[in-house]
Write a protein that binds this ligand. Structure first.
Ligand code: ADP
Length: 671
């Protein structure tokens, strides 16, 4: 037994002398060749990089310097070569290296007892095994330099068997070797193991068998590696095939989803169009049905009024009063529905126009003052003097919203006052923002009902015994109108103390040129049911008796004809009736009328066209073409009124026509 721990026998890397003369390093290519020795005991080489013959040749010069130094003169030293950092080395390089080493070993009588190869590739291992008998040394393959030192220090140093004598080979041995080679060449599954196949070290062909055995072993390893690689490739291929299939499926799924999405978008668009058509149809239906109901209602209202002008006994008076208040309510409901359908389809005002906001507030106050007074309420206007009189806004929306809110305030207040006010919020050179509020001292709205009242057909008190009538549409319409103007209707209220409805609106201020150019400008609602005319009223021709004043009533609806003519007769005028524009022009050609009351929608020729014709016919009619023409319209929009004035009409009278308004109008135009 040897004592490995004995000092002197134990070798370590720290004991190695790395003489600078023995080193080679090329920084450009990264090749290095570092040599060191423990004199007479160990020779270590670290190789690295792409070792091509060119640089190997240079490196081997340093190798010779080691042998020359005389530190390796006996045959007992151990050699360690570290191939771990070798990236590649050509066959030529390896041969060059082996030859040089062999030559130096012989020349300097310094062949190592054993060589430890660290981190050699499979090919290098095979080559070295082949070289082993040629260079007459044993190669021990380990992973790292540390492993080599460990083995050396464990004293596992195999001895080299010397075999350089002459050998004699029998025919039988050659045949056996040939058979083996044949098997190896043509039988893929054949494996050769020198020990298992009974080849003894004494066999003259032992070395050849060893080489064949090693080659066969390496080949098998290569084949195994190749098979594993093939399997891995197959697996990867299979994997990619599966991925491909999945990808195709995913693609199909995405395509399908896209198709569904397209279909959904189409359907949604279709549904949107249908919904829009349905909304329009609904609005149109509401407008039509309301219009159809309003026409006979006008007759009922008119006829009831006429009835009131006849001598009635107490009971009859009672009945007619009830008819009047009921028809008034029905009329209000229909107007609300009509307004709602108009606002819903954006029919009222499409553009802002120049309005006199102070005048508009005054008109509303004088329009509703009477109903306030009837309930002993004060209706107060609070308009700051700084409020500009001309602003661009939506007069119809604003007027309708204010009427609704003030009417409600009057309706739900039994004592105190209603204040209609404007407060400036902010101002820029081009715009002014105003807060518009309507406050009352009425019954108020409970906190929990505040949101509800803005919904259609909703009332705080919907019991059959409630005091006030109504449709529950007013606030819903008002909210919508305020929103159409760009505001938001707000409510603050305390039960039994009062309510305040308010909204903030921004108005554009007119500049000088826009004031002049605003053709749309129409003087707003005047509080009475007619509007101021841009044309001069006709002067009466002295003290004529009313019956000598002939009025042409142009109206297609028989009931309306009867109502209007009955009222006009009652007022003392002489009436002729034309059923459309053409008949009206004919009548004007034959008779000198003092005034024309003209419906707008009539068959054959409507009111606007007829008016234009009359204004054109300077000489064709008996009196001046300047004859006053009054439009008789139901629910005229701002646009309708503008169209009337543009066509040459002088004034409007709204249906249902009532005796006082008719009288007032005729007083104005016929004296
Ligand atoms: P209606 O035609 O019933 O007045 P509205 O939509 O205008 O319909 O109003 C809905 C409900 O809101 C009313 O029935 C009433 O209960 C309540 N309301 C509206 N304005 C006022 C107010 N100024 N004071 C108290 N309650 C009000």
């Amino acid at each position: 037994m040897q004592d490995n721990s004995r000092a002197g026998n134990h070798l370590s890397i720290e004991m190695v002398d790395f003489n600078p003369e023995w080193q080679f390093e090329d920084h450009k290519t990264g090749i290095f060749y570092k040599n060191g020795i423990i004199p007479q005991k160990l020779f270590i080489t670290y190789l690295g990089g792409n070792i091509h013959p060119e640089s190997a040749r240079k490196a081997l010069i340093s190798l010779e310097k080691i042998f020359k130094s005389g530190g390796l003169t006996n045959s007992d030293y151990i050699r360690i070569a570290d191939y771990n950092k070798v990236i590649s080395a050509t066959f030529n390089t390896r041969v060059l290296y082996a030859n040089t080493l062999n030559r130096l070993n012989e020349e300097y009588h310094s062949r190592p007892i054993a060589t430890y190869i660290c981190g050699a590739s499979l090919l290098l291992k095979t080559m070295l095994r082949l070289f082993a008998s040629y260079v007459k040394q044993e190669f021990i393959f380990v992973s790292t330099v540390e492993d080599a030192f460990d083995l050396i220090n464990a004293n596992v140093q195999p001895s080299l068997s010397k075999k350089d004598g002459q050998i004699t080979i029998s025919q039988q041995e050659i045949d056996r070797f040939a058979a083996l080679c044949g098997n190896l060449l043509f039988n893929e599954n054949f494996t050769f193991d020198e020990q298992k196949n009974g080849v003894t070290p004494e066999d003259p062909l032992h070395d050849l068998y060893t080489i064949i055995s090693l080659l066969n072993h390496d080949l098998k390893e290569l084949q195994k590696a190749e098979k594993e690689q093939k399997e891995e490739i197959e697996q990867a291929l299979e994997h990619s095939r599966i991925l491909n299939t999945r990808l195709t499926e995913e693609k199909k799924l995405v395509e399908k989803k896209e198709q569904i999405q397209q279909i959904l978008i189409k359907k949604l668009n279709q549904a949107k169009i249908e919904a829009e058509i349905a909304t329009m149809a609904k609005s149109e239906f509401l407008a039509n049905i309301s219009h159809e109901i309003i026409t006979p209602l006008h007759a009922v209202i008119g006829m009831t009024e006429l009835l009131c002008y006849t001598p009635l006994n107490g009971e009859q008076k009672n009945y007619t009063d009830t008819i009047q208040s009921s028809t008034q309510q029905l009329y209000q409901l229909l107007n609300n529905i009509l307004d709602f359908s108009k606002a819903d389809s954006g029919q009222i005002d499409s553009n802002t126009i120049l309005i006199d906001i102070k005048a508009l507030f005054n008109d509303i106050a004088s329009l509703l003052n009477e109903s306030a007074i009837k309930k002993n309420l004060r209706l107060t206007l609070s308009l700051p003097a700084s409020t500009p009189s001309d602003l661009f806004g939506y007069p119809e929306y604003l007027k309708q919203a204010l009427i609704n809110l003030v009417q409600n305030a009057i309706k739900f207040t039994s004592q105190g006052e209603i204040i209609l006010s404007i407060e400036p919020v902010s101002e820029t050179p081009d715009t002014i923002t105003l807060r518009i509020s309507i406050s009352d001292t009425g019954i108020g709205i409970p906190e929990e009902k505040k949101d509800l009242v803005f919904q259609k057909f909703t009332q705080v008190d919907s019991s059959p015994t409630r005091k006030e009538g109504g449709t529950g549409l007013g606030l819903a319409i008002t909210k919508q109108l305020v929103e159409l103007m760009g505001g938001k209707l707000e409510l603050s209220s305390r039960e039994n103390e009062g309510s305040k409805f308010s909204f903030v609106l921004s108005f554009i201020k007119p500049n000088e040129s826009s004031k002049k150019n605003d053709e749309n400008s129409v003087t707003p609602y005047t509080g009475s049911l007619h509007e101021t005319s841009p044309r001069t009223p006709m002067q009466s021709s002295g003290t004529k008796s009313l019956s000598s004043i002939r009025i042409l009533l142009v109206e297609d609806n028989a009931i309306n004809q009867r109502v209007a003519s009955a009222m006009l007769n009652k007022l003392g005028f002489t009436i002729d009736i034309a059923a459309n524009g053409i008949e009206a022009i004919d009548a004007l050609r034959q008779t000198a009328y003092s005034l024309v009351i003209m419906d707008l929608q009539m068959p054959l020729m409507g009111g606007l066209e007829a008016t234009r014709e009359i204004r054109k016919m300077e000489s064709g009619i008996l009196i001046s073409s300047d004859i006053p023409i009054i439009a008789m319209t139901a629910n005229a929009t701002q646009q309708d009124k503008k169209n009337c004035l543009n066509a040459g009409m002088n004034d409007f009278i709204s249906k249902p026509v009532t005796m006082p308004t008719l009288k007032e109008l005729l007083n104005k135009w016929v004296k």
